[in-house]
Design a protein. Structure first.
Length: 123
């Protein structure tokens, strides 16, 4: 791995940690950035880059199958923030926490859903 790639990964990890800290702080982004001395535009720039990187990583991990009716169970540890679950109809489930809402249909691969939840709801 080249030093440029290592630097890019380091920065992404650094900003992912800052973004997670902001989300768990309960503050508005503007308040958090002001308190930490971070530019609001810089925060949103890196938030976009982190989201894109996570999306790319998730798309690589999704199973390469045309049969979307994957069945199974997985243990999910819930964070301290309040989480609500509800059925939205049409065989969908909605999982909502303080800063995120995840809605998935019954055909969504369980292992992909678990991967997303692990990133969103960290114990």
């Amino acid at each position: 791995m080249e030093s440029r790639e290592i630097t890019a990964e380091y920065r992404l990890a650094h900003w992912a940690k800052i973004i997670q800290e902001c989300r768990s702080s309960g503050e508005l982004v503007e308040e958090f950035c002001l308190r930490k001395g971070i530019g609001k535009h810089q925060y949103y720039y890196w938030q976009q880059k982190v989201r894109k990187a996570v999306g790319t990583q998730l798309s690589k991990q999704e199973p390469k199958t045309t049969d979307m009716a994957v069945r199974g169970f997985a243990e999910v540890k819930v964070a301290e923030s309040p989480v609500s679950y509800s059925a939205t109809g049409n065989n969908q489930i909605c999982i909502e926490t303080g800063y995120c809402r995840l809605t998935a249909g019954s055909g969504y691969p369980v292992d992909a859903l678990v991967t997303v939840l692990r990133e969103v709801i960290k114990p």
